[in-house]
Design a protein around this ligand. Structure first.
Ligand SMILES: [Mn+2]
Length: 379
């Protein structure tokens, strides 16, 4: 667990020169935005610094960072390596081998992960890695508008626009402080949540066309084959948004996307999104993966998409069917006819809490994205 404090991290950066900031594979706005804000702060301090990830930064943030700050090669040292938002070694992607699976300092917010740094700072209560970097930057000097926008982008993204259960009063306080520093909140939200490419719409159309319900509507599954992707000219990387969509039908307690891998047609990636009371991370642990309580990922190998789907359903259906029909967890299915006050209150003696795959209402939900071992590793 943590073997460095925030203050010591600040002096870690003050004392050294030459940093390589490392993002996770298939980078999202949190890892890229956190790295970029830290990059700007270190540059201002006169340090040598570069950002590296095995793929380019996400398109959505492109207005808020200089693309040439990011590279996909480790390059010449000397430097100390610092990972941001990387939960586990395999999330280093193509950089895992050249780095030897180790970094000097690991900064992260995933509850489930590995301490692969010489120094490790993990705060699972932080809704985004951007929250931690914000606190760190306060110790390194004032935030400018660019840093503020980059961190706002990171935090808004990982919290789903401040809507997910990893959002709390502190998240809003930090967001407010970033807006005070000049972060372009409305423009960032429009970029993140109100803009989709034509390709993203094709992905949504494909996902919806493959959506099936099981277990009286508690389980939703979108199963996507390579043939499906080819027909729509899509790759794995284009299907990331389907996971959260899979959970959105009223009454669905677990939404699952099963997709055949571009690189290996016998590998099938699993993304799960759950509602309160269902522990997606525990379910994904059975498929060599993990993540957060509400959002997790894993993978299985099978000879055909049909076999993969059957095996996944054979595992999940008994779990979902074990839920009592009239439990509070199923009340979300009658959301339209239920008063809000009834829905938000979970009975303290819910049988769900004793079942192996169902977390308690109090269990930490680090975020909505699957970022642990096996998650989106080669997306
Ligand atoms: Mn994150």
């Amino acid at each position: 667990m943590n073997n460095i404090t925030l203050e010591k991290m600040a002096s870690f950066f003050r004392k050294r020169d030459g940093f390589l900031l490392i993002c996770h594979t298939n980078p999202d706005e949190d890892t890229a935005g956190s790295a970029y804000a830290l990059y700007l702060a270190l540059k201002r301090m006169g340090k040598k610094v570069r950002i590296v990830c095995d793929m380019g930064p996400p398109r959505r943030g492109s207005a808020y960072w200089e693309a040439d700050a990011f590279s996909n090669e480790l390059g010449e040292g000397p430097y100390v390596t610092v990972s941001v938002d990387v939960a586990a070694r395999n999330m280093l992607g193509a950089l895992e081998a050249p780095l030897g699976g180790r970094v000097t300092l690991k900064i992260d917010h995933h509850a489930l992960g590995e301490d692969f740094g010489d120094y490790n700072y993990t705060d699972p209560a932080a809704g985004a890695c951007g929250m931690i970097v914000y606190r760190l930057l306060l110790l390194l000097g004032p935030l400018d508008r660019e840093m503020a926008s980059s961190l706002y982008l990171a935090i808004a993204s990982d919290t789903g626009g401040f809507r997910y259960s990893n959002t709390n009063a502190e998240t809003h306080r930090v967001a407010a402080a970033l807006l005070d520093c000049g972060a372009e909140g409305a423009a960032i939200s429009e970029t993140l949540f109100e803009t989709k490419s034509e390709k993203e719409f094709r992905a949504l159309r494909l996902g919806l066309s493959r959506l099936r319900y099981y277990c009286e509507g508690r389980l939703a599954l979108m199963s996507i084959t390579n043939a499906d992707k080819e027909a729509e000219d899509l790759s794995d990387r284009d299907l990331g948004e389907l996971a959260s969509l899979s959970r959105q039908t009223a009454g669905v307690l677990l939404g699952v996307v099963l997709r055949q891998s571009d690189a290996d047609p016998k590998k099938f990636k699993i993304s799960m999104r759950s509602r309160e009371g269902v522990d997606a991370a525990a379910l994904c642990a059975s498929f060599g993966g993990g993540g957060h309580v509400r959002a997790a990922g894993g993978a299985l190998t099978a000879d055909s998409p049909e076999e993969a789907e059957q095996r996944l359903l054979a595992f999940l259906m008994p779990v979902l069917e074990a839920l009592p029909a009239d439990d509070s967890a199923s009340s979300s299915r009658s959301v339209l006819s239920t008063e809000k006050t009834e829905r938000t209150e979970a009975p303290s003696e819910s049988p769900l809490r004793k079942a192996p795959f169902f977390g308690t209402a109090a269990s930490s939900d680090g975020g909505e994205k699957e970022r642990a071992a096996g998650g989106e590793a080669d997306g």
